[in-house]
Design a protein around this ligand. Structure first.
Ligand code: KG4
Ligand code: ZN
Length: 381
């Protein structure tokens, strides 16, 4: 018996089938390309596309899992936080599937899902290694044709590969909507140690990429551009040189303790670009991208190391789309603690992580979930 989960908190329409022991049977992700020309996700467009895609994506997840609804014992969906219209499409679809069969239902918190990506067993078909290979992209199955007209990347599970990473550990979640450090002592929750005071790390990547004339989402594109640049050529708040030198006027960009701040590095890039001529901007784009990326990664690393020290922990897990970044994965691989980095297709938004979290979330029996509502941000209702 297995769990069918749906995730539609932002612009990816995702469905997955997972075994109770955490083995991934299928993990289908259909990314909506149409937002790139707007330079960001347009909520109304995202909701409409989820509506168009959701049935085909769920069918594809079941087909890839070689499973019918008869084998599903629990249905789950992301309840929040996220874009409310987008969330409602996935939540309502999942509730309808569960209600039609009078199955139990689990409403999952999206951030708990990112943490729970560390609890899956085996491979989703990606690279799976801490430290990574330093290259952008590289997800197995990404860009593949999931069939059923979804254009989805379908990543099939395999039982071999990493074992679930067991709590206790410190967890860094860095995505387009959130950046936080958490203490994870059990499989059913986490305690926030620090979070961002302004932009999320992924947002900083996306906005920087936009300033550099790259498409959306900007993280992977900026990483590719950075691969040809010198990370020490420009000094931004948060960059390694700044931390060592300590005489930068922009040290104020560092938040005290374990909180993050990315507004300073973003503004610094804007000013740096203004100082350069158009020809210089073009010529030095790789250097700018590499230095900007280094500053964001350094900011993530410095607080993560501090959180490990403060928690006296020697175990670290990561999650969120930014954890797909090769430079961050390389730096994480250098830490002298045990680091668990889910493969890239489990770091960016996916439904396997929601199914994973669902195993440790309260099960609501039919019909007690029918009036569940989605939540955009903050605490679950
Ligand atoms: O977790 P996620 O898929 O969605 C949210 O919950 O927000 O994260 C998406 C974010 C985007 O901001 C994207 O630019 C960033 O993750 N991202 C990356 C990379 N891949 C995705 N940032 C840096 N390097 C990457 N390779
Ligand atoms: Zn996410």
């Amino acid at each position: 018996m297995s769990i069918l989960a749906i995730e539609t908190s932002c612009d990816d329409t995702c469905a997955a089938v997972l075994e109770q022991d955490g083995t991934i049977r299928s993990n289908v992700i259909s990314s909506q390309e149409q937002h790139s020309r707007f330079g960001g996700v347009v909520p109304e467009i995202a909701s409409r596309h989820h509506l168009e895609l959701i049935d085909a994506v769920v069918d594809e997840a079941l087909r890839r899992a070689e499973s019918g609804l008869d084998e599903v014992e629990l249905v789950a969906a992301t309840q929040g936080p996220g874009l409310i219209g987008a969330l409602l499409v996935g939540l309502s679809s999942a509730k309808a599937i569960a209600a039609a069969r009078e199955l139990p239902f689990a409403a999952v918190d999206h951030l708990q899902g990112h943490v729970a990506a560390n609890f899956v067993r085996g491979s989703a078909g990606g690279d799976g290694s801490a430290g990574g290979d330093g290259s952008a992209g590289g997800d197995a199955g990404a860009g593949g044709n999931g069939g059923a007209g979804t254009g989805a990347a379908a990543v099939d599970g395999a039982a071999d590969g990493p074992e679930p990473f067991e709590p206790p550990f410190v967890c860094l979640i860095a995505s387009g909507g959130h950046t936080l450090l958490a203490r994870v002592t059990g499989r059913d929750g986490f305690e926030v140690l620090g979070s961002t005071l302004d932009d999320a790390a992924g947002e900083a990547f996306d906005k920087g990429a936009r300033m550099l004339g790259l498409g959306f989402p900007g993280g992977p594109a900026l990483e590719r551009l950075a691969a040809g640049g010198d990370p020490e050529s420009f000094s931004f708040p948060g960059s390694p040189g700044e931390r060592r030198g300590g005489r930068s006027p922009s040290r104020a960009a560092f938040a005290a303790g374990l909180d993050f701040s990315f507004a300073g590095v973003k503004t610094a890039l804007l000013y740096r670009l203004r100082e350069l001529s158009e020809a210089e901007r073009e010529q030095r784009a790789g250097d700018l991208a590499a230095s900007y990326q280094a500053a964001i990664v350094e900011s993530l690393m410095s607080r993560t190391e501090r959180a490990l020290r403060q928690s006296a922990s020697d175990r670290l897990a990561v999650g969120g789309g930014v954890a797909a970044n090769g430079e961050l994965r390389r730096r994480l691989g250098e830490l002298d603690v045990e680091v668990h980095v889910p493969e890239r297709s489990l770091c960016t938004d996916n439904a396997a992580m929601i199914a994973s979290a669902a195993r440790f979330t309260e099960r609501l029996e039919y019909p007690h979930y029918l009036d569940l509502d989605a939540y955009a941000s903050g605490e679950r209702p």
